[in-house]
Every structure is written in structure tokens, then in C-alpha cells.
Write a protein of this length. Structure first.
Length: 256
């Protein structure tokens, strides 16, 4: 038997290795093409009406522009469910000054739920020549031409405030906290201002000396407790020290 020369065997081996490599490359190419085709098919299917948004359920909207913002973000019936980007939609919703928090949930196929938590307006704050609505957290919600009826008000002038900003003035922030703590326990809206030495308020028709804008929630609780005991008309309440509130009762006039 004739033995092939060494060079011929090496060449034959080299050709075999090349063919194996070529087959492997071809298999990878075919697999890659199949995956690309499958991806394109899936993307095409997801754009079909059967996978479109059929229902958008929105809860918690009272004051905000959530519905308009959802529409601007294309979160409406008929759009592909795949196009609803949860993080982007939540960011758009929370750019509304009224919206404190939001949650967007996409349920396949075709159902979107949106829950909105809005701030609650606590007081009207005088700012420049206008007024703004402010939440208990100090968030500026809306600009007004006049104070809001039925809400407490802060009548000390402060820097110009715009919706979306946060109240940074210590006295104003303290006044808003005080009004929020008083809440609806009284029959008339609370008004707070400053006299240069601290905060002063009118609560349920009584003048209240609050003092520095510290411990304002404790001071408001002390006012509520004092009012619950009943006071003569014209009494002045002092809660500079909330643990030791004082009441100045007007003395009857002495007839001569």
C-alpha cells in the first residue's frame, strides 16, 4: 500500500479544518438570521391591533392635568402596548405641580392602570401682587389672583413663588404647617402673619401669639386644646411655649 506523502496529508487535514470552520460560520450565520427574523416577526406582531392598548384606567385625579399629560404621552386606547414607557410616563405625570406621586402599570395585553396621588392645598400664600396655593409639604401648586375661599392664608409678603417650587422661607413654611395642623377643627379660616418678633395668627376669631417658626405643629395642637375648653370673646392665646400655653382674658369694664 502506498502511503500518501507527508505534505499531502497535511494539506488534506488543513482543508478539513477549513471546511469545518466554514460550516460552523454558516450555522452561526443562519442562526443569527433566524433570530433577527424572529425578532422582526415578534415586533411586527406586537404592533398589531390585537396587542394595542384597549383600556386605560386612571384613579386619583381631581386637580391635576393628568389626563392631558397621559394623552400627550400617547397613553391612549389604540396605541401599541409596547410603546407605553412606564418611567417616562411617570416622570411626565410628576412634572405636574399638583401630583405628588404616580404609579403606572402595564398589564398585557392592552390594559394600563394609572394611580395618581395629588397634593392637598392647605393655604393661600401672598407672594408679590398675587397669591399661590401651597400644600402642607410646602409645594407650590397653583397661582391665584386672590386668596382661596375656605382655606387658611399667610399674609406676610414673600418672594415670588411659582407652581412647582418649594417654599423655603422659614416663617412662611412654619405658617403653612401651623395652618395645616389646625385643619378644619375651627369654623373660620386661619390667617397667619408676622409682626417682626415672630408669627401671629387669628384662629377661630381669637388672636394667637405663635412666636418663632419652630415647633409650630405642637403650638397648633396647643391652640386646639385651649379652644376646646371654651374662651371668652376677645381672649388672646399665647403658645410661644407650647407646653405652657397662656390665655389673656379681657377684663370687664368697670363702670364709674
Amino acid at each position: 500500500m502506498t502511503v500518501p506523502p507527508m505534505n499531502a496529508r497535511i494539506e488534506e487535514r488543513r482543508l478539513g479544518v477549513s471546511e469545518d470552520n466554514a460550516r460552523r460560520r454558516l450555522r452561526r450565520l443562519v442562526l443569527f438570521a433566524a433570530l433577527v427574523g424572529l425578532g422582526a416577526l415578534v415586533a411586527w406582531l406586537l404592533q398589531r391591533p390585537v396587542f394595542a392598548v384597549r383600556e386605560v384606567v386612571v384613579r386619583g385625579v381631581e386637580k391635576s392635568t393628568a389626563f392631558a399629560r397621559l394623552e400627550a404621552s400617547d397613553v391612549v386606547a389604540g396605541v401599541p402596548t409596547l410603546s407605553v414607557k412606564v418611567d417616562a410616563v411617570q416622570a411626565e405625570l410628576e412634572s405636574d405641580p399638583w401630583i405628588k406621586d404616580s404609579r403606572v402599570v402595564v398589564q398585557w395585553p392592552g390594559h394600563v392602570e394609572v394611580d395618581v396621588i395629588e397634593y392637598v392645598a392647605i393655604a393661600s400664600v401672598q407672594t408679590g401682587s398675587t397669591w399661590v396655593l401651597v400644600s402642607g409639604e410646602g409645594s407650590v401648586l397653583e397661582t391665584l389672583n386672590e386668596r382661596a375661599p375656605g382655606l387658611g392664608s399667610v399674609t406676610m409678603l414673600t418672594e415670588q413663588l411659582r407652581p412647582g417650587q418649594q417654599v423655603t422661607d422659614v416663617n412662611v413654611a412654619g405658617a403653612v404647617l401651623f395652618i395645616g395642623r389646625i385643619g378644619d377643627r375651627i369654623s373660620a379660616p386661619t390667617v397667619v402673619w408676622t409682626d417682626g418678633d415672630g408669627l401671629i395668627a387669628t384662629v377661630d376669631g381669637y388672636r394667637v401669639r405663635i412666636g418663632p417658626a419652630v415647633d409650630v405643629e405642637a403650638k397648633a395642637a396647643a391652640v386646639v386644646a385651649v379652644l376646646a375648653d371654651g374662651l371668652p370673646e376677645g381672649s388672646i392665646i399665647d403658645v410661644v411655649s407650647p407646653t405652657r400655653p397662656a390665655v389673656a382674658i379681657p377684663q370687664p369694664e368697670v363702670e364709674e
